[in-house]
Design a protein. Structure first.
Ligand code: NI
Length: 207
């Protein structure tokens, strides 16, 4: 009779250290990849929308993001010479504000120009006031506008339409951003969904 080694089934816990070591290696590699390549886009955006800004209001006074602490900010970027999208959106926003009743008191709608060369404090104040007395227009230096647009991930670019210095239009992204009373990102609202849907979304986000 051949001699046989006694066999017994390997208990699964014997592999536990190997499995744990494996997970540790995977975590380390993932952490290294995030450190080296940057966080995946959804994580990055959730962390990065909005931030500190320094701008000028319609009265020519300096304002910052802290000026609006305690209220939700509804932020829209555009420019007063915009032929279509901005006036349509701001008209819808003004109607939405009228529809949400007392919720509107917790809200500060802001229109930030991406065309500061033409949108002086006077120009932006009169333009914003034409849509709603609650809407505040903000402008700034080209560098200040570039900074705040970058923080909100807003795209804008100018296109020449003629030989004169004022002969240009601006391309810009069109999204409504909501920031909470402590200045943190609270959500986005589609700018093209109409006043009723904007009002419904505002009621959901603003509490
Ligand atoms: Ni526009």
């Amino acid at each position: 009779m051949p001699e046989t080694k006694p066999t017994r089934p390997a208990p699964t816990w014997r592999f536990a250290p190997i499995i744990l070591a494996g997970f540790a290696v995977i975590l380390l590699v993932a952490a290294g990849a995030i450190w080296f390549f940057g966080a995946p886009a959804p994580l990055q955006q959730a962390a990065a929308i909005g931030g500190p800004f320094s701008l000028t209001d319609g009265a020519g006074k300096p304002v910052t993001d802290k000026t609006y602490r305690g209220k939700y900010m509804l932020v829209y970027f555009g420019y007063t010479f915009c032929p279509d999208v901005c006036p349509t959106t701001l008209n819808d926003v003004a109607q939405a504000i009228d529809k949400i009743g007392p919720v509107a008191d917790k809200l500060q709608p802001l229109f930030i120009t991406i065309d500061p060369a033409r949108d002086t404090p006077d120009v932006i104040r009169q333009y914003a006031a034409a849509f709603s007395p609650k809407l505040q227009g903000l402008t700034g230096t080209a560098a200040q506008i570039a900074d705040v647009a970058k923080e909100y991930r807003v795209y804008y670019a100018s296109h020449k339409t003629g030989p004169g210095p004022g002969d240009y239009t601006m391309d810009h992204s069109s999204i409504l951003y909501v920031m909470d009373p402590s200045g943190h990102f609270a959500g986005v609202i589609r700018a093209d969904e109409g006043p009723d849907a904007i009002a419904a979304d505002l009621k959901k986000i603003v509490s």
